[in-house]
Design a protein around this ligand. Structure first.
Ligand code: HEC
Length: 812
């Protein structure tokens, strides 16, 4: 029985356009007299690093509203200059004077009506995060790494280097996205000018061999902005086609040096006039071009033993043009927004797979070839309309509607040549030289409604509620010509028609509780319940295997989680969370089969269930001013249950029974992950950071009583050590080591195919940075790479050396 070919096409599970409406949470915050510094959390000891401690916080909590594109209250958190300039409420940050800086009181929730992020509109900062911002302000509001440009300055950092690889150079490229030999270009450039106080123009990027990024931004306050950008990088493939120690010569490798170029160009124009809606018009062009390596299923052997895996390749040309239009407006305290997105997509792929090799013999001899040319294109449009309003201090509401529509078409041409090697035609099983389809069509339409609300806090308790409901309808139509090789050297070509439709209804409810009245502690619990109803109809006429099936499915999902975070002492914080996820789907088949053997597919399954339990805990400790440590642990246990119809032996064809049917524990997956991170600054000149992590995973299936199917289990260990030492005011030394080790290969090659990877991957680096003039810093770096993969018979092993020199220059 052949799988339904329509389901081979990727748009059925392509990225969904459905925007997920955000549900909003809030922690209750005591309101207190303005600017009472004793209520601010204390600043932690030790130096603050902008990139590590502050930037993620601003990105995650603030930039949504305080970035270049029409910042709220005209306050931008995008550069030091902009942040210090303040907004409509005046200056918000006084460097070195945290106790006088209003920003801190806003983020600590100490100013009524000016909590940042505003109540219900984002996740409030924890007291540690506020403490970190406080230390940052006290330490002078350092912005960005040392390479950050000042207005009117240009930074350029030319780089030149050389890499040499001994062993499998293709594996080196795949792992490190880097080619052997010379590399060079501009590692980084950045410039910013400010022609007038309210106008900024900036550019940044890098230009290296096979790796480019260029951006250009211009904005004028209260008028608008323009952003342009282009980036592209090259992804390399090793093409070793599996390794079996029992087959000689082994392994099969194409040695083609395959790669894909992956890139994106974009432009956005925004209008940000005061008291006008904000409009943004954007265009994006994303692409992937090149050839990737694939593994194919088919016989390859040495005359005695046969492997059923071999390396092949696929040429890909993919492009999507995206047009975006967003409008936001604030009217009487109500946020109104409309977002449109249109995607024009096309993909064409070409595969040429040759199998049936006898190793060592000339390639052309016994090989069977499959060529597959496929193409698809679609237009997908989606529009989201959303309203939200903070009605009172304790009541927030939001609602939205999304409409999306997809129109897709495609074609396929598959040919199998030199068939006998692949599939011997016989009386019972005709051979199958291929099929052609000029017409594959798909249409989909969805409506999604959502509502959410937040009430509270009352005495530290707040409640969020939300619901999202979706209706989707999809229809597909294919006409194809199927070629058949019949016994006695005869051929036939039969037209085939395939019609399918799919209806989906989905209802989801969410509820969340936050409690913040305990000292230094937040408790929370969230629940999501979702029910989905699917109706699917497939009808295939013509060809050798007519097929008709109507199947229905109902799924119920429960996702519950609860947790806490607490920081009873300034130097200690602890958080924990437990999550339970259960998704059960029941199948029914109101209509199936058009006479044996054309039973509907996959009418066999009656139900499936995934039950997942997860727990995690994290402890952060600052033992002394020079030692910070955090420990985390995660545990995950999944259970998969299935129930099936029995498949009994067929007395006419002699096909044996496969399964008695019924409920079955089909598999389990268990994993533990632990990690330890510490940073050490024993002297002012020395900085050391270490991360060690360990992961253990085990998958067991109900077939594990067969010697060829063993439990799939293993460990991954990794360690990362970085240090730098300031030799004198102009010179810094850097060293680093990283190790990753995995041992997932399973000892079953006697009974089945060798399975799983075992590898050691290590890098050592050493470098030096020295200021060589008022405006120039020289960097030298050496890297050593070592890779071993015993599970590939050592054919992937390599060692490599890289040296690089950079010269960071500032102009003027
Ligand atoms: C959901 C949007 C939103 C988010 C997220 C947000 N803010 Fe605000 N912010 C506002 C609005 C709206 C105002 C103006 C409030 C008013 O004037 O009543 C404002 C005002 C401010 C001000 C006063 C500016 C002035 O006029 O001087 C500061 C400072 C500030 N925010 C800091 C922050 C920080 C820091 C964060 C992140 C922790 C943040 N905001 C996150 C919407 C936001």
């Amino acid at each position: 029985m052949r799988p339904n070919r329509l389901s081979n096409f990727k748009w059925l599970n392509r990225t969904e356009l459905f925007a997920v409406f955000a549900f909003c949470f809030v922690w209750g915050q005591a309101s207190a007299a303005d600017f009472d510094a004793s209520k601010l959390p204390p600043a932690p000891p030790g130096p603050i690093d902008f990139a590590r401690d502050i930037k993620p916080l601003l990105d995650g909590h603030c930039l949504k509203c305080h970035s270049d594109e029409k910042p709220k209250s005209h306050f931008r958190l995008t550069s030091r200059e902009a942040a210090l300039r303040g907004g409509e409420h005046g200056v918000d940050i006084f460097p070195g004077r945290s106790e006088r800086s209003p920003l801190l009181f806003y983020v600590a929730g100490l100013v009524e009506d000016l909590a940042m992020p505003p109540a219900g509109r984002g996740v409030p900062l924890t007291s540690q995060e506020v403490g970190r911002l406080r230390a940052w302000i006290d330490q002078g509001v350092v912005w960005g790494p040392t390479t950050n440009v000042a207005v009117g300055e240009l930074i350029a950092s030319p780089i030149v280097g050389w890499t040499t690889v001994h062993g499998d150079a293709l594996k080196f490229r795949e792992l490190y996205l880097r080619n052997e030999g010379w590399d060079g270009g501009l590692e980084h450039f950045e410039a910013e000018t400010q022609p007038s106080p309210d106008t900024q123009i900036s550019t940044t990027g890098h230009v290296l061999r096979d790796d480019y990024l260029v951006t250009l931004n211009a904005s004028k306050d209260d008028l608008g902005f323009a952003h342009f950008g282009w980036d592209q990088f090259r992804k390399y493939y090793d093409d070793l086609g599996g390794y079996n120690p029992l087959v000689t010569p082994s392994p099969l490798e194409l040695n083609r040096g395959l790669f894909l170029d992956i890139g994106r160009a974009h432009a956005e124009f925004g209008l940000t006039l005061p008291r006008w809606p904000r409009f943004v018009l954007g265009y994006e062009d994303q692409y992937r071009e090149g050839t990737e390596s694939t593994l194919q299923w088919g016989p390859v052997g040495d005359g005695t033993l046969t492997n059923n895996v071999y390396p092949a390749l696929k040429t890909i040309s993919e492009r999507v043009h995206i047009l975006k239009f967003d409008a936001d407006y604030e009217l009487a305290g109500m946020e109104i927004s409309d977002n449109f997105r249109g995607e024009w997509y096309r993909l064409s792929t070409r595969e040429l797979n040759g199998s049936g090799y006898t190793l060592g013999a000339p390639a052309a001899t016994a090989a069977a070839f499959t060529t597959a040319n496929e193409s698809q294109s679609y237009f997908a449009g989606a529009n989201t309309f959303r309203l939200e309003k903070q009605f009172t201090d304790w009541f927030f509401g939001a609602g939205g509607y999304l409409y999306s529509k997809l129109n897709a078409s495609g074609s396929a041409d598959v040919e199998n040549a030199n068939l006998p090697a692949l599939n011997m035609p016989s009386i019972f099983f005709p051979g199958y030289p291929g099929f052609q389809s000029e017409r594959i069509e798909l249409e989909r339409e969805s409506h999604v409604f959502s509502l959410s609300t937040m009430v509270g806090p009352w005495h530290g308790l707040s409640l969020t509620l939300g619901t999202q409901n979706e209706w989707t309808r999809q229809t597909g139509l294919t006409t194809a010509n199927v070629s058949l090789a019949l016994p006695f050297g005869m051929f036939s070509t039969d037209p085939e028609n395939l019609y399918s439709d799919l209806d989906r209804r989905s209802f989801s409810q969410e509820a969340g509780l936050r409690f913040t009245s305990l000292p230094f502690t937040t408790l929370y619990a969230d629940a999501r319940l979702q029910e989905d109803d699917f109706g699917q109809y497939q009808d295939q006429t013509g060809g050798i295997t007519p097929f008709l099936q109507k199947s229905d499915a109902k799924s119920a999902l429960q996702d519950l989680r609860f947790g806490f975070n607490t920081s009873p002492w300034q130097r200690v914080s602890l958080s924990g969370q437990f999550r339970r996820y259960d998704n059960e789907t029941d199948y029914a088949y109101p209509l199936k089969a058009v006479g044996p053997p054309n039973e509907g597919y996959p009418a066999f399954f009656k139900s499936r269930d995934l039950l997942s339990n997860q727990a995690e805990a994290k402890l952060a400790l600052q033992l002394t001013a020079w030692l910070k440590t955090s420990l985390s642990y995660q545990w995950l246990a999944n259970q998969y249950h299935t129930a099936t119809d029995p498949v009994t032996a067929d007395p006419f064809t002699g096909v044996p029974g496969i399964s008695p049917g019924g409920q079955l524990l089909a598999g389990t997956y268990d994993a533990h992950m632990g990690s330890l991170n510490s940073t050490l600054t024993p002297w002012r000149r020395l900085f050391l950071s270490t991360t060690v992590s360990y992961q253990n995973a085990r998958t067991i299936t109900s077939g594990n009583n067969l010697p060829s199917v063993v439990p799939y289990a293993g460990n991954i260990y990794s360690a990362l050590v970085n240090g730098n030492y300031t030799l004198d005011s102009k010179t810094t030394l850097l060293v680093g080591y990283s190790l990753s080790r995995g041992d997932f290969n399973q000892a079953n090659s006697g009974a089945g195919l060798p399975l799983g990877i075992a590898y050691w991957q290590q890098t050592i680096q050493a470098g030096l940075k020295r200021q060589v003039g008022k405006n120039a810093t020289l960097g030298l770096q050496y890297q050593f790479y070592h890779y071993q993969e015993p599970s590939a018979g050592g054919f992937d092993n390599f060692t490599a050396h890289t040296i690089f020199a950079t010269l960071l220059c500032r102009f003027p």
